[in-house]
Write a protein that binds this ligand. Structure first.
Ligand code: ADP
Ligand code: MG
Length: 395
């Protein structure tokens, strides 16, 4: 076979040389992530015939980026292949199969024992299960997973990134700023730097995890789950929903330190009152719910639940919960993925100049409401309103 010469940037070379199970390349936009991913996996598939995974956040994105780049490189290198665009399968002349997997359909990976995988722009996908499935499908052949992404939010990716930073020996961490790719136009970077809020620029052009301006609860802290002792006070917060999710947060208070722990969560759409009753009646603990949902409150109360109307003043409630987080008096069990997801995106609305105003974005906030209902009603004093906090944080 003919020789292939690759002109790699130094950080791309690091990915090629790595023998680790997971290669995590967190880089700015235009650092050559897709460029690298396509070539890395094709070379593996040429050397070692077998099954390979090409994963992208969505089918649309896949077709515009990784899938397109793979076909382009195969043609460029003169490698014979057949493709099935319908099923997103590329078959190389040596029998290697490359499967295109959109992250919204990770089940397509089941049954595959892949020898390698690329997960492009993985940080866009908030659910961890796609990463976990890919990793699992690679174990049989001890295959490597190359994750190429910009940071988007503090989701599972940030967890993996933190693990790598702490020295996890199974993860090769590679980082790069857009400016390190000489092929990327300088003036584009300058322009972005002028136009974007700084936190966004740092995230998308420097590959650094920052938090958006106007995050409402920037100070949340996670703890390893533990058994809640019998004598601790337990309460629940409930946000009714049908088309929107119904959300429940379970909280317990350590009587010695006064610290609250969110230890259990529930979030699901299309839950009717009967189903809700089934869930809540497993333990009868005081449950604070949206006072405006009179019918729901009445019905559940009539059926014997200790359900109480919550104090609903949004801003005072938020300020109160912010205070708890800030003082370390409220901690979240690290297995509550839905709460963590909401905490890392729950933000104040921004005005035309990207300045936060004191009104939360009403989006992905169901558990946030439930959390506030419980804590603010049980413990909240007459807190005075105070405005948002703008925050920028590095790791
Ligand atoms: N090693 C390289 N040699 C030549 N061009 C490169 C190299 N790496 C990246 N590029 C080019 O840089 C640009 C950005 O690469 P791309 O993979 O699309 O970046 P990303 O996926 O990180 O946004 C593309 O035009 C790509 O061809
Ligand atoms: Mg790309």
């Amino acid at each position: 076979m003919k020789e292939i010469f690759l002109d790699l940037l130094p950080y791309q070379k690091k990915a090629f040389l790595s023998k680790k199970e997971i290669i995590l390349f967190v880089g700015g936009t235009g650092t050559g992530k897709t460029w690298l991913g396509a070539r890395w996996i094709i070379l593996k598939a040429l050397k070692n015939p077998g099954e390979y995974l090409l994963i992208s956040p969505s089918l649309k994105l896949m077709k515009r980026t990784l899938w397109k780049e793979v076909k382009k490189v195969l043609k460029e290198w003169g490698i014979p292949f057949e493709k099935n665009e319908q099923d997103m399968i590329i078959k190389l002349f040596n029998g290697s199969m490359l499967y295109g997997i959109p992250a919204d359909n990770p089940d397509r990976m089941e049954g595959v024992h892949a020898k390698g995988g690329v997960y492009d722009e993985a940080g866009q996908v908030d659910k961890k299960v796609v990463f976990e499935t890919a990793y699992r499908r690679l174990r049989f052949h001890s295959g490597q997973l190359l994750i190429t992404t910009t940071p988007y939010r503090w989701n599972w990716l940030k967890e993996v990134y933190d693990k790598a930073k702490l020295g996890d020996e199974n993860i090769e961490l590679i980082t790069a700023k857009t400016i390190e790719n000489p092929h990327y136009p300088r003036e584009e970077i300058e322009k972005a730097k002028k136009e974007m809020p700084e936190w966004r620029f740092r995230m998308f052009y420097e590959g650094v995890f920052t938090k958006p301006l106007g995050l409402i609860y920037p100070d949340y802290e996670l703890v390893e789950p533990f058994e809640i002792p019998q004598n601790w006070l337990k309460v629940r917060g409930l946000d009714f929903g049908y088309n929107h999710p119904t959300a429940i947060v379970w909280l317990a208070k350590d009587p010695n330190t006064g610290t609250w722990y969110a230890y259990k969560e529930f979030k699901k759409s299309e839950v009717d009152l009967d189903q809700l009753y089934q869930i809540l009646s497993k333990e009868n603990i005081p449950t604070y719910a949206d006072p405006e949902m009179k019918q729901g409150l009445e019905t559940l109360k009539r059926r014997g639940l200790d359900i109480r109307p919550a104090k609903k003043d949004v801003l005072s409630g938020i300020v109160f919960v912010q205070g708890l987080f800030k003082q370390g008096k409220l901690k979240i069990f690290s297995n509550l993925t839905n709460i963590i997801d909401e905490l890392s995106s729950y933000s104040w609305k921004l005005d035309a100049n990207d300045q936060p105003i004191d009104e939360p974005v009403k989006e992905n906030d169901d558990l946030m409401d439930a959390l506030r209902y419980a804590l603010f009603t049980v413990e909240g004093m007459n807190t005075t309103r105070f405005p948002y906090r703008s925050v920028m944080m590095d790791v």
